[in-house]
Design a protein around this ligand. Structure first.
Ligand code: GDP
Ligand code: CA
Length: 327
């Protein structure tokens, strides 16, 4: 079975780990592998930012480290056994910003990426090269090789201005109300090589509990991706439980685009042309969205078993909606 998963960072990566467990596959890296199941991840690159001359791709790296066994489990991002000497040294030079947590081990990843960028490689090729080490067991594609960055229009004592999503999210903890969220460069971007092909060949598409605005939304903003996805059976897992995000500040993003923070409103926003099925938590049982099959079940990814069960439920619903009960 071929499955495509458009994913952000932490929520996406954890769901993918559950999906791999549910499929009982750990080595589906490409169509040439002798495995039954292949997972292709379309990774969000809207959070990407250049700091200290290094191109940082938080969501791609979170997926790669999580599935490759190098993630800091408690934090959900960054490397395990990390130290921050480089960060401290940069701060001692007065280098800004100081709010970004780039660890020493992580810096090596970024030096590899910087060197390949300087040599002219596209992000998709760089991601593939990094995955040679991490063997995430999925094919990890950036949504685009073009530079697309999420910027947020805010107003503070310095006036009304657009800042990079990371500055708003990490430095300001999304506390400054966002007037608008913009995917800068999205209009002229093209899906990365392999993205549209993977969707066309997919048996089904699963949307993990990722930020519906800045992760899933950014991916859908790349021209061609949404149109390709609507032709497929798509089942999503709600990142909103009981009217609040499970972690992070997705509510601030939803408010900025005028969408209520509820499991039903997020599904309606994604659209019944895109979504065939939607899993909501038991706390949201009774949610109805026209044109979308909504089912409720526990949706907290508290441990490997519960995460695997969520992925299996998404898979089962997708197979049911496709009209082929068996796998
Ligand atoms: P990020 O890039 O690190 O922000 O990660 P994502 O884009 O994948 O988004 C994280 C989203 O997943 C947030 O909106 C969370 O509310 C949601 N989330 C995190 N943990 C869970 C969980 O255990 N269950 C569900 N249903 N959603 C979750
Ligand atoms: Ca992210």
């Amino acid at each position: 079975m071929r499955i495509v998963v458009p994913a952000g960072g932490i929520g996406g990566a954890r769901f993918l780990r559950g999906l791999k467990a549910a499929l009982g596959t750990d080595a589906s890296t490409g169509p040439d592998q002798a495995t039954d199941h292949q997972i292709t991840v379309i990774g969000n690159t809207g959070d990407d930012i250049t700091l200290f001359g290094l191109r940082i791709c938080p969501d791609l790296d979170t997926v790669m480290y999580t599935l490759g066994g190098g993630i800091n489990e408690e934090q959900g991002w960054g490397r395990a056994d990390e130290t921050f000497t480089v960060k401290e040294e940069l701060a001692a030079y007065g280098m800004k910003p100081t709010w970004f947590g780039l660890g020493d081990r992580d810096t090596a990843t970024h030096i590899v990426r910087a060197q390949m960028i300087a040599a002219g490689y596209p992000l998709s090729a760089i991601t593939e090269a990094l995955c040679d080490r991490w063997r995430p067991g999925v094919r990890l594609l950036p949504m685009t090789d073009d530079q697309v960055e999420t910027h947020v229009v805010i107003e503070d004592e310095r006036g009304r201005r657009a800042v990079h999503f990371q500055e708003w999210w990490i430095e300001h903890r999304a506390a400054l109300p966002a007037e608008r969220i913009i995917s800068v460069g999205a209009e002229d971007s093209r899906p990365a090589p392999g993205v549209i092909e993977a969707v066309k060949e997919a048996d089904l598409v699963l949307l993990p509990p990722s930020n519906p605005v800045v992760s899933v939304g950014s991916i859908l903003n790349v021209p061609g991706i949404r149109d390709a996805l609507v032709d497929k059976t798509v089942v999503g897992v709600s990142p909103i439980i009981g009217g609040a995000p499970v972690r992070g500040m997705a509510d601030a993003c939803l408010t900025a685009i005028g969408v209520e923070t509820s499991a039903g409103a997020v599904a309606a926003h994604l659209g019944s042309d895109l979504l065939d099925g939607w899993l909501v938590d038991e706390a949201d049982a009774g949610t109805e969205v026209e044109g979308i099959e909504v089912r409720s079940r526990p949706l907290y990814m508290s441990d490997p078993e519960s995460t695997e069960a969520i992925a299996r439920a998404a898979l089962d619903l997708a197979l049911e909606l496709r009209g082929d009960g068996g796998r």
